[in-house]
Design a protein around this ligand. Structure first.
Ligand SMILES: [Ca+2]
Ligand SMILES: [Ca+2]
Ligand SMILES: [Ca+2]
Ligand SMILES: [Ca+2]
Length: 269
């Protein structure tokens, strides 16, 4: 009799690996348990008034610190509504939420990143705003946490999420403590070859820059806090476009050509 061993390899909606981390000042909490403490589901014991504690559940990034999460057995995909949720140990104090915030970026290949725009007054668009309920982390109707829609960035799928402590960029409670990232809409396995960027661009920190692409549409430029800094119409016969840039602010900028084009570029001066 021949026994057949059937290996069932199942995918899960949680982040599976952390290929990169950089700790800022004030970090330390949870490092002994990294990366397991930020992979898998959020702390099931967490509630809004008794949020997650414990270094086996949480990783503090430190001022301006960042961490990359990778999905290796599944991809987050864009379906109607929320596609993934970030869980921090936000606390409902009774008079409001104790919030420690992070910027949220996503990537298909871990090289090119797009950041979710955020509002400097409401902080909407950051992670670290909403408490974890302890209910099903993959159901945004009940899970709590901070919820993101890939459609807002024109992306159909991603495999990487990067969280960066906001440092002094916002007024919040302190240092961001990551619990978990859960996919809401996801497919098993990973997507095919990464789509290479279809756009190349010279530095925009001169009075003009050159954009090379065969696409037509609208090129938009955003500052790190989500404000639109510039917009150009791209079209005509030529694939090389010289665009005026002398009005752009300095600092971190990112560019989106059309809503559906994965071509985000972050440039530091
Ligand atoms: Ca997974
Ligand atoms: Ca916290
Ligand atoms: Ca979506
Ligand atoms: Ca955790």
């Amino acid at each position: 009799m021949i026994a057949l061993l059937i290996l069932c390899i199942t995918a899960d909606p949680w982040a599976d690996a952390s290929p990169a981390v950089w700790y800022g000042p004030g970090a330390g909490y949870g490092q002994a348990y990294y990366p397991e403490n930020i992979l898998g589901p959020p702390d099931p014991e967490a509630t809004p008034t008794a949020p997650s504690v414990g270094e086996n559940n949480l990783l503090t990034l430190g001022e301006n610190g960042w961490v990359v999460l990778e999905f290796t057995d599944n991809s987050i995909i864009n379906e109607p509504g929320v596609d993934f949720t970030v869980f921090e140990n936000v606390m409902d104090t009774g008079s409001g939420y104790f919030q420690e915030c992070a910027f949220v970026e996503v990537s298909q290949d871990g090289l090119y990143w797009l950041q979710f725009p955020w509002n400097t007054e409401t902080l909407e668009g950051l992670a670290g705003l909403m408490p974890t309920t302890g209910e099903d982390p993959t159901n945004p109707a009940v899970s709590g946490g901070d919820q993101f829609d890939l459609g807002d960035l024109g992306l159909e799928w991603v495999r990487f999420v990067r969280l960066t402590d906001c440092g002094d960029a916002v007024t919040d409670g302190g240092l961001f403590d990551l619990d978990a990232v859960a996919a809401v809409n996801w497919s098993t396995g990973i997507q095919g070859e990464t789509t290479p960027p279809s756009v190349s661009m010279t530095s925009p920190f001169h009075s003009s820059f050159i954009l090379s692409t065969e696409e037509t549409g609208t090129l938009s430029c955003y500052t790190i806090d989500g404000r639109m800094a510039g917009q150009w119409q791209i079209g005509g016969q030529s694939t090389s476009h010289t665009l005026s840039a002398d009005f752009l602010p300095t600092g971190v900028l990112f560019f989106v050509l059309n809503e559906s084009t994965f071509s985000g570029v972050r440039l530091l001066q």
